[in-house]
Design a protein around this ligand. Structure first.
Ligand code: NAD
Ligand code: DAU
Length: 359
C-alpha cells in the first residue's frame, strides 16, 4: 500500500481518486492510507466516491505527530509515501505565517524522522524499493522577469513569500535526509494547478463561483502577473510517473507550458461562462472584473521548464489550458452539492461533529 498525506485536499484528493478509480490498471490498485489533519482545506466530501471502497483507509492526524506516523507506518508497512500535506495558500501565509512554519517545515521534519526510523529497519529489497515523494512548488525559485528562461531544476532557490520559504525549507530537509541518511526521496516542483475540488480561495475557483453568484472578480494589482497553469489530473499523472520511474535523490519540475497573465485567465473564465451559462441580463461576466489592492511581495511571473521529466521519464500533460479550463468550469456547474458544502461551511460542521471526540 501507499501512504498519502493531505489526501483530503485539492491535489491529494484528486490523486487518491485517480489512483483508486482512474488510471488504466490491469489489476486492482494498491491500497491507499490517507493521513490528513482536516484543516479548513481538508474536505472528505472530495472523497465521497470512495466512501465504501475498502482500498481506502483514513487516519485523522497531523504529520507533525511523529509517534502517530511511526505507529501507522509499522502497522500498514507502506512501500511509498506521497507527501502532499501542507498549508498551501500564499495570502494566508502573509496574514499568518505560523501554521506554515509548523506544518510545512516542522511537520515535514517529523514525517521524515518517522519515515527514516521505519525505512531503516525494512528488509533489504523493501528498503531499496521504498520511496518518499515530496510534492513541492515552483514558488521556491522566486520570480522571473518577462524575458527570463523558465525555471529548470538547477535554478537557485529564492523564495519570496512565507509560504514559498516554508516549502523551500521542506525541500532542503528532504534533500538532506537523502544525502545524509540515504532515504530514497523524490522531489517534484510543480506550477499552479487547477481543476475539480479546488478550494475557492484560489484565483480560478474563486472567480468561477463569484461570477456565478454575481460577486466581483478580484484582480490583484494590474493583473499582469503570469502563472504557468497545469490541469490537476496531469499533475497526478506526473507524480505517478515520478514515483515509479524517478531516480531517488532527483528533483523533477512539472508544468504545463501554459503561461497566462491573471487577467487573461479571468477573461477566459468569463467568456466560457458567457457561452455556457449566460448571465440573466445577457451581459458579459467581464463586467464583474474588479481591480483590487495587490498582494504584498507579489511574484511577477512563474514558468516551468518541464524538459527533464518529459525527456527522462516520458511524461507529458494531456490538457491545454483551453481544454482544462472548460472541464473545470463544467465540473463546478455539475457539482453544486460539493460547492454548496464548501461555500456554506457545512463540511466543517460535519468534521467538528465527526471528529470532536477523537481530536
Ligand atoms: P490544499 O491546501 O488543498 O490541501 C492540503 C491538505 O493537507 C488538506 O487536506 C489539509 O487538511 C492537509 N493538511 C494540512 N496540514 C496538515 C498536517 N499538519 N497534517 C496532515 N494533514 C495536513 O493543498 P493543495 O493545493 O492540494 O497542495 C498539495 C501540495 O501540493 C502542497 O504541498 C502544495 O505546496 C503543493 N503544490 C500545490 C500547487 C497548487 O497549485 N495547488 C502547486 C504546486 C505544489
Ligand atoms: O505556483 C504554484 C502555487 O500556486 C502553489 O504552490 C500554491 O499552493 C498555490 O496556491 C498557487 O499559488 P498562487 O499564489 O499562484 O495561487 P492563487 O490562486 O492564490 O493566485 C494565482 C494568481 O492570481 C496570483 O498571481 C495572485 C492572483 N490572485 C489571486 C487571488 C486569490 C488575484 O489576482 N486575485 C485573487 O483573488
Amino acid at each position: 500500500m501507499i501512504l498519502v498525506t493531505g489526501g483530503a485536499g485539492f491535489i491529494g484528493g484528486n490523486f487518491v481518486l485517480d489512483w483508486l478509480l482512474g488510471h488504466d490498471l490491469v489489476s486492482e490498485p494498491e491500497e491507499v492510507l490517507n493521513l490528513d489533519k482536516l484543516t479548513y482545506a481538508g474536505n472528505l466530501a472530495t472523497l465521497e466516491a470512495l466512501k465504501d471502497n475498502p482500498r481506502l483507509q483514513f487516519v485523522h492526524g497531523d504529520i507533525a505527530d511523529q509517534a502517530l506516523v511511526g505507529q501507522i507506518l509499522q502497522e500498514h508497512q507502506p512501500r511509498a509515501i506521497i507527501h502532499f500535506a501542507a498549508e498551501s495558500h500564499v495570502d494566508r501565509s502573509i496574514h499568518g505565517p505560523s501554521e506554515f512554519i509548523q506544518t510545512n517545515i516542522i511537520g515535514t521534519f517529523h514525517l521524515l524522522e518517522a519515515t527514516r526510523a521505519y525505512w531503516s529497519q525494512l528488509p533489504g529489497s523493501d528498503k531499496g524499493h521504498f520511496r518518499f515523494l515530496h510534492v513541492s512548488t515552483d514558488e521556491v525559485y522566486g520570480t522571473l522577469s518577462a524575458t527570463d528562461a523558465p525555471f529548470a531544476e538547477t535554478h537557485a532557490y529564492e523564495p519570496n513569500s512565507p509560504y514559498a520559504a516554508s516549502k523551500a525549507s521542506s525541500d532542503h530537509l528532504v534533500r538532506a535526509w537523502h544525502h545524509t541518511y540515504g532515504l530514497p526521496v523524490l522531489t517534484t516542483n510543480c506550477s499552479n494547478n487547477y481543476g475539480p475540488y479546488h478550494f475557492p480561495e484560489k484565483l480560478i475557483p474563486l472567480c468561477i463561483l463569484n461570477a456565478l453568484s454575481g460577486k466581483p472578480l478580484p484582480i490583484y494589482g494590474d493583473g499582469q502577473q503570469v502563472r504557468d497553469w497545469l490541469y490537476v489530473k496531469d499533475h497526478c499523472a506526473a507524480i505517478r510517473t515520478v514515483l515509479e520511474t524517478g531516480v531517488p535523490g532527483q528533483t523533477y519540475n512539472i508544468g504545463g507550458w501554459n503561461e497566462k497573465a491573471n487577467i487573461e485567465v479571468v477573461e477566459q473564465i468569463c467568456q466560457i461562462l458567457d457561452e455556457i451559462q449566460p448571465r440573466a441580463d445577457g451581459k458579459s461576466y467581464t463586467l464583474q472584473m474588479t481591480f483590487v489592492k495587490d498582494r504584498p511581495g507579489h511574484d511577477r511571473r512563474y514558468a516551468i521548464d518541464a524538459a527533464k521529466i518529459e525527456n527522462e521519464l516520458n511524461w507529458k500533460p494531456l490538457e491545454t489550458f483551453e481544454t482544462g479550463i472548460r472541464k473545470t468550469i463544467q465540473w463546478y456547474l455539475d457539482n453544486p452539492q460539493w460547492v454548496q458544502g464548501v461555500v456554506s461551511g457545512n463540511y466543517r460542521q460535519w468534521i467538528d461533529l465527526q471528529y470532536s471526540t477523537n481530536k
